[in-house]
Design a protein around this ligand. Structure first.
Ligand SMILES: C[S@@+](CC[C@H](N)C(=O)[O-])C[C@H]1O[C@@H](n2cnc3c(N)ncnc32)[C@H](O)[C@@H]1O
Length: 407
């Protein structure tokens, strides 16, 4: 627990609720009351400053793996609030939270009230211990059932659930979640689609799920049976710094051709597509993940030449012996930026052309209206998939995306 005075934490909590309402993350009286009621700072790791505990968008890491990667965290307030709203909860409901920590479970207990039921599971016994301790200290332990379980298998003895809220990055929808979701239930999950995540609220629509809304938010990765491993290619650059290129699935063939691709100077190409400062273009990343063959995510060491050249975004495309990454330059008389492609290697210009083509396609057909998603479990009737939808294969079904402007 963070050390803080009651007055200070109450003030910060009230300010947080105001911000969440102003930004449209809290829209219902039930969720607002829950966030007002729960002492958020009690669920934070020791030493967390109270302002951070009550920050609008600060997530706080609670555990890292041996490589230093975050594997558990207290999610940021705005995304917790948004997920609670997406779940369309009412008093008396039974809810499953996948990925525990205590805080969100306490919010859920407030929302569903004494007639409701909250089950919160985590694969990591240490996290369940921490969650139990904090729930005990704040008086919620009798209102939340915490269990160690791998979410992939669900918790068959505890359902059916009116809502399932998954708070860990999911590459697919486990069949157990659909088996344990009530027929009119809501599933909220951060779904990873070719490396880009959207937290999506889904409702059943016949034998598939249809999205109700989606948010941009990242989560720690799923462990256990539902874990998905990216294919990662490590490229050395001229400074000896390392650049990693991660492919979610379907990595391009013959990646060996990329050896030495970062050795030569890069050329830049520009799309003519601009964005004003302060306007989100997160849907461009989603568009590229869905429509750009050879799409991968880039990560560069601090000291690498790629990182030293500023204004690049961590998305790239591969063509043969070439690589192009998404870059920005000033535009609109300083009021915005233009998207472009920085090309490396023998086929870099081909890769850049493919990237520019999709930036321009997004500008024409994708940027003005958010997409909708659907999930079609394996074995169901897929004849109803809309003709204008694009399909992405998963292990247990397919996800589709439709951009209203392209229909
Ligand atoms: C972002 S944290 C949960 C945050 C929490 N719900 C909150 O609001 O503060 C994600 C958690 O998911 C857990 N997790 C990862 N894979 C899991 C799995 N297969 N089954 C259950 N829990 C899992 C991790 O151990 C981690 O504690």
């Amino acid at each position: 627990m963070a050390e803080t005075s009651i007055g200070e934490s109450a003030q910060l909590r009230a300010a947080l609720v105001d911000t969440l309402r102003d930004k449209g993350m809290v829209t219902s009286a039930l969720v607002e009351a829950a966030i007002r009621a729960v002492p958020r700072h009690w669920f934070m790791p020791a030493g967390t400053p109270t302002e951070v505990a009550y920050g609008y968008d600060s997530s706080v890491v609670t555990k890292r793996d041996q490589d230093g990667m975050a594997i558990s965290s207290v999610s940021a307030a705005y995304i917790q609030a948004r997920m609670l709203e997406l779940a369309e909860l009412r008093p008396g409901m039974t809810v499953l939270e996948v990925g525990s920590g205590g805080l969100n479970a306490a919010y859920l207990a407030e929302v569903v009230g004494p007639e409701g039921r909250v089950v919160s599971i985590d694969i990591d016994p240490e996290i369940i211990d921490l969650a139990s301790t904090a729930l005990d200290a704040t008086g919620y332990s009798s209102r939340v059932r915490v269990l160690v379980a791998d979410a992939e298998h669900g918790v068959p003895d505890e359902g059916p659930f009116d809502a399932i809220i998954v708070t860990v990055g999911a590459w697919d929808i486990a069949p157990a979640w659909l088996d344990q979701l009530a027929s009119d239930g809501v599933l909220v999950l951060p779904l990873i689609m070719n490396g880009v995540t959207r937290t999506i609220g889904f409702r059943r629509d016949g034998d598939h799920l249809a999205s109700t809304s989606a948010e941009v938010a990242g989560f720690v990765p799923m462990q256990g049976a539902g874990r998905h491993a990216d294919q990662v290619l490590e490229l050395a650059d001229t400074t000896g710094g390392k650049v990693k290129l991660a492919f979610d699935s379907g990595a391009p063939p013959d990646l060996i051709q990329l050896n030495g691709v970062l050795d030569a100077d890069a050329a830049e190409f520009w799309s003519g597509v601009t964005v004003s400062h302060g306007i989100s273009f997160a849907d461009l990343h989603l568009w590229l993940a869905w429509y750009l063959d050879g799409f991968g995510r880039l990560a560069a060491d601090e000291g690498s030449a790629l990182a030293a050249r500023k204004r690049w975004l961590p998305f790239a495309v591969v063509r043969g012996a070439g690589l192009a990454c998404l870059v920005l330059r000033d535009a609109m008389q300083g009021a915005g930026a233009e998207f472009g492609a920085r090309a490396y290697g023998r086929d870099g210009q081909v890769a850049a052309a493919a990237l520019i083509e999709q930036i321009q396609a997004w500008d024409r057909a994708g940027r003005h209206t958010p997409p909708t998603f659907a999930y079609w479990p394996a074995g169901g009737d897929r004849s109803q998939i809309r003709a204008d939808a694009t399909v992405m294969n998963k292990t247990h079904g397919v996800v589709t995306i439709s951009w209203p402007t392209s229909s």
